[in-house]
Each structure stands twice: as C-alpha cells, then as structure tokens.
Design a protein around this ligand. Sequence first.
Ligand SMILES: Nc1ncnc2c1ncn2[C@@H]1O[C@H](COP(=O)(O)OP(=O)(O)OP(=O)(O)O)[C@@H](O)[C@H]1O
Ligand SMILES: [Mg+2]
Length: 576
Amino acid sequence: MKFLWKYLRRYSWILVLNFVGIAGFIIAELGIPSIVAQIVDKGIRNQDVAVMKTMLVYLVIIAICGGIGRVILSFCGARMSSYVVRDIRNDIFKKTQTYSPREYNQFGVSSMITRTNPDAYMLMQFTNMLMRTGLLTPVMIVASFFMVIKTSQNLAMVIIGSLPIIIFSIYLIAKASGPLSRKQQKEMDNLNRITRENITGVRVIRAFRKNKYEENRFSNTSEDYTNVAKKLFKLMAIGQPLFFFILNSAGLFIYWLGANLIDAGSLQVGQLMAFGEYMFHALFSLMLFSNMFMMYPRAKVSADRIEEMLNVQVAIENPLQPIYEGKEDTTLVFDQVSFQYPDGELPVLQNISFEAHKGQTIAFIGSTGSGKSTLINLIPRFYDVSAGNIKVDGVDVRKYDLKTLRQKIGFIPQKALLFSGTIKENIKYGKHDASEAEVVASSKVANAYEFIQDKPQQFEDCIAESGTNVSGGQRQRLSIARAVVRKPEIYIFDDSFSALDFKTDAEVRKNLMRETEDAITLIVAQRVSSIMNADQIIVLNNGTIVGKGTHRELLHSCEIYQEIAKSQLSEKELQL
Ligand SMILES: Nc1ncnc2c1ncn2[C@@H]1O[C@H](COP(=O)(O)OP(=O)(O)OP(=O)(O)O)[C@@H](O)[C@H]1O
Ligand SMILES: [Mg+2]
C-alpha cells in the first residue's frame, strides 16, 4: 500500500501525534489493571489504607491520560482520513483534466465516478481504521503480551497455545475476501453505469416502452452485486463469533487454571484479575488488527483502481519544450493527414490536405460517418494524427503548449453541452474575465440575446445540469456565444446550426461573418444553404477528400456535392 503511504506522509505531524495518543491509551488500559491488582492484593488484603489512597491517585492520573489519549486518537483518525481522501480526490480530478478521449473510453465514465467516490471512501475508512487501530494494536499486542508473561508464565502458555488457531483463521478469511472485494467493486461499476444510462436516457426508455427491460437489467445487476456483498458479509460475520468463541474458551480455561494456582498459593487474586484484563487486551487487539487485515484486500483493490487512473499514460501530453507563439499570422494547414482511432481497425481519415488563411471560411460536408467531426477534433488535439501534420500559425499542433493552442480555438461541439449555473456563467466559460458588455455582445452575435431577455432572470437565469431546461437550438446558440466571447483565431462549428430554423441559422451566420473577419472559420454542416458562401468547401466521403472548391465550382466538378445540393436546393437556388 505504497500508494496510501504517499498521502499519509504528507501529514507526518498527525502521525507523530497519533503515537502520543497511543502511548496515553496503552498506559491507561494496561496501567489500570496493574493498579487494581495492587489495590486488591496489597490494599484490601492487608487493609493498608495508605497504599489504597496512593493507588487511587495513580488511578485518576492514568485515567486522565487514557481519556486524553482516546481523544487524540479520534482526532488524528478523523483528520488524517479526511485529508487523505480530499487529496486523493483532488489528484484524480486534476489527472482526469489531462485525459484525452482515449482514456475516458478506457475507463468509462461510470467506473471513473466509482473510483472517485466509493473507492476513495473505502480508502478514507481504511485510513481512519489504520490511525485508530492499525497503529495502536501492534503496540498494544506487544505491551500486553509482555504484561501477560510478566504476571504469570504458566497462564501465558494458554494464550500462546491459542494463537496459531486465531492467526490461521484470520489468514483464511483475508485470503478469501480479496477476490470478492475486487468483484464487488466491478459490480458497483456496472450498477452505476446502468443507473446513469437510465437516468440520462429516461425519455428514450419511455418512448420505446423499454421500462420492463431496463427494470430487469437493473435488478439482475443489482442481484449480482447483492450476492457478492452477501458473501463478503458472511465471511466477515464468521470472523467475529469465531474469535469470541476462542477468546472465551481461553478465558474459561485460564480462570480454571488460575483458581488452581491460587489454591496452590503461587498466584494472587488481584494478579488473576489483572491477567484476565491483559489477556483480553492482547487477544482483542489481535482481533482488531485482524479486522485491518480483512479490510486490507478491499482497500488495496480500491487503491489499485485509483492508482490505475492516476498513473495512466495520457495519450495527449504537453510537449517537453512547448512553443507558446506561432510563427505566422492566423493560418491552418493540413498536410497529408491520416488518422485511425486507437481502437479502430481502419483509417477514418486519409491524406487530408488543405490550407486556410485569415478571414477565410472553410466548410466541410459529407454523409454521416464520413469523418467530419474526427477531422476537426484533430485541430485542438483531442486526438493526434496517425500520419502527416497539422500546423496552426506555422507550428505543428503537437509542438504547442496545449493551453496556448486551445486558447486560439473557439470550439462549438456537435453536441452542445452547457453546465449547471447561470446563463452568464455559461457564456463566461469561454473567457472567465469577460465584461458584462462582452457577454451581451457575444449573446447578440449568437442570436441568443432575445430569448435570454425573455427569461425571468435574464442572464442570471439558471441552466440545469447538462442544459436540459433550454431547447436544443437555444443550447446551440449559447454554446456559440461561449466560443464567440473569447474571440479566438480559429472558430470550429461542428454542425452547430443544425437545431436552428433556417431564418435563425442565416441570421447567426450573418452576425458571425462580421465577428470572424480576422479569424479562420471552419464549419461542418449538413445543409448546403449553411455553407454556400464559404471560401472553400471540402467534400468528404469515407474519410477522403472527394471535392474541394467553391459552391459553384463543386456543382460542376463534384458528383457527390451535386447529389447533396440537388436533394436540398431548388433548381433556382442551385444557380446551375
Ligand atoms: N471514438 C471513436 N472510436 C472509434 N471510431 C470512431 C470514434 N468516433 C467516431 N468513430 C468512427 O469514425 C468515423 C467518422 O466519424 P465522425 O464522427 O467523424 O463522422 P461525421 O462525419 O462527423 O458524422 P456525423 O455527420 O454523423 O456527425 C465513423 O465511422 C465512426 O464510426
Ligand atoms: Mg460529426
């Protein structure tokens, strides 16, 4: 569990304090029986009031020590576990911010959530246990065995005799619980995934009347989880009674043996009482320690899962010597770019070459699945090219500092996504220090100003999680405003006008034309009318460029473009 140690080490002062707590606790727990033994054997037996008074004073002092020790132990456990889990969660979050889509696919969103929450929570519980009992019990075991042997060697033999049975049982239980824990966390991932899909896909499920099917799917997974959990609980449940059975049997034997020894005059009553206490502490600490052992495999599974997320080699990384500035003014060049998805078998893009300069609009059109989104996703380095290169302002995108590169780009994804928060916050997501005027201006460019004004609280109106309380078209316009406000060098619209009616579409594009005068605009669209005026239209088919030119040129030269255009425009519009 090196992983956890890395975090514990950060708070060495808590560790040190914890040992102070342990000292106080042990002094009290083992000291009190010794004093009581003295009171019985010397004070009461000899009716020596002076000894009794002195011992009572010691008793009070030691009890106070013990009280303070307990408080310190609780404090340290609570502090350490909450600090550790906080740091782990922060580290996971920081790391996931650097993930490229490949890593998201690798883990899956649901598993990432389980690892950030239940797995981290498991480590929090483990840390708490470690601080409270894990560090205390070994010291306690050694100290109480020492006291046991010191008090009566004959009786000590009984305890030592029962040790192998206890240790062997602990070993068996711990060994069985490891694989079960791993399975349990996996089932938890599945449960989370299905719950997520059900919540996010509730409308589709109802529309397709799949409620029953989903119910079964959920209850089957839930049943699987329950079965594993039941097995684990059973295992844990066997442990405790078994232990107490051994403890009580040993106790019974000791009192029987003790009584004989007292009878023979080689042991005193107080000593037997103290012995009973020491034995209880020795064996009880052993049991507590064994609980740690049983929890250990589960915590280890969680730690491994988290570590896997933290140590994964991210596909897209900042270069070692990043470039912070371009060599020339606003250009974009694709040179013989080919691309294959990490898990794909065939190249999705092949030999893509084109150039775009300041002020130009380049449009991409092609059937669904032809590779349009893939192509534009390569510019902000969501993925890296498999062959060829992409240059922005004369520098290969792979050589840029990632933040610098992405700062140049205003990206409006195919699936408009908003965050929970106000409309203003969502727009300012594009530029965190945008002024009020900039927010208003960008909303006007995106033709969103009017509908925002109609909202009860205008820019302060709240957007629900994933933006479900605004319409698809409104969502698209807000995400356009979010990109516009940062005044990027390169605008990328991935089918961002698809949910707008023709009139709004035309208006937004007209506004954008003014806004993007000094930028490069890339538009992916299905509608010919949205891209007719572009400086260059690139027609994609199965990942290759099958036509390149203006609307007019393509109508003559590119058969696929003709087909698309004819299916959408009237003869007059076609201007043939
Ligand atoms: N993450 C991925 N992993 C593997 N293959 C993918 C991935 N995303 C897309 N693809 C495949 O790449 C091809 C191109 O997909 P892409 O999303 O670029 O198409 P598109 O032209 O944007 O389509 P649409 O018009 O429907 O948005 C498709 O065959 C798709 O199945
Ligand atoms: Mg697409």
